[in-house]
Design a protein around this ligand. Structure first.
Ligand SMILES: C[S@@+](CC[C@H](N)C(=O)[O-])C[C@H]1O[C@@H](n2cnc3c(N)ncnc32)[C@H](O)[C@@H]1O
Length: 239
């Protein structure tokens, strides 16, 4: 596929790998798939440090999600307060902000300064951000900077949580602060590209351990992506 940029070629390599449904979780093939996934994640992170980050992010995220379909499934009402955690350059952030409407607001958080910089520049576009209701913050993996009970929905899209234990471990502290940031009727939505042969089993227990229970899930076959909706268990949310 010489006409494709390297990032997309790598994504196709991952996506086209043969699944082995019956294999043990850590078979050689799965380890290889996971290694390719980690390489992909590194490449994705790299793209956000470049001038054309928004275009690259759009290519990437659109390839693995139908944004209109995803938006239509979110437990999001006008006036809601939302955090887009790992916002990147705002592929979903500005869609969330439009859906939250003039009375709502979206907090975009990312650990990459370059992503926040590009997102802020994009946020000045009143077509993209008509209600000027997006705030952005640079965060750290061990500090999510969310006020208790301040939000109606947390949204996390394509953070690569399924990939490997190191990536997950880095985010454990951040995940632990999430349930308490939601109000009693709040939801956490996780959208993840999970190529064939990798397992969703890795993802859900980590969110359960952080104080959430799975409310619903949906698989988008075309985009090889899962949408998980979690609710705080209550105990961790201070119930
Ligand atoms: C693949 S990009 C996805 C961006 C965006 N959500 C989208 O769907 O286009 C993953 C982003 O998550 C950010 N990220 C990873 N771990 C994070 C964490 N613990 N807190 C905040 N951002 C994080 C990365 O810096 C990167 O910008």
């Amino acid at each position: 596929m010489p006409h494709l940029p390297p990032l997309l070629t790598l994504m196709l390599m991952v996506a086209c790998s043969t699944p082995d449904q019956g294999a043990p979780a850590l078979s050689a093939e799965r380890q290889q798939l996971r290694a390719e996934g980690v390489a992909l994640y590194d490449r994705v992170s790299w793209t956000y440090q470049n001038r054309n980050a928004a275009a690259l992010a759009r290519q990437l995220t659109q390839r693995h999600s139908d944004p209109d379909q995803v938006m239509g499934l979110l437990p999001l009402e006008p006036g809601d307060r939302v955090a887009d955690i790992g916002s990147g350059v705002g592929f979903f952030t500005f869609r969330l902000a439009k859906a939250a409407g003039p009375e709502g607001r979206v907090l975009a958080l990312d650990i990459q300064p370059e992503s926040i910089e590009v997102l802020r520049a994009r946020g000045k576009d009143r077509v993209l951000n008509p209600y000027d209701n997006v705030e952005s913050r640079l965060t750290a993996v061990d500090d999510c900077q969310l006020e208790p009970r301040s939000l109606d929905m947390l949204f996390m899209s394509h953070l690569g949580f399924y990939l490997h234990s190191e990536l997950m471990n880095e985010n454990v502290t951040m995940l632990a602060c999430l349930p308490g940031a939601l109000g009693p009727d709040g939801h956490l939505v996780v959208l993840e590209y999970i190529p064939p042969g990798l397992t969703v089993d890795y993802l859900v227990p980590n969110f359960e351990a952080a104080g959430f229970q799975l409310h619903s899930s949906q698989y988008f076959e075309k985009h090889q992506s899962w949408l998980f909706v979690f609710r705080p268990t209550g105990k961790e949310a201070g119930e």
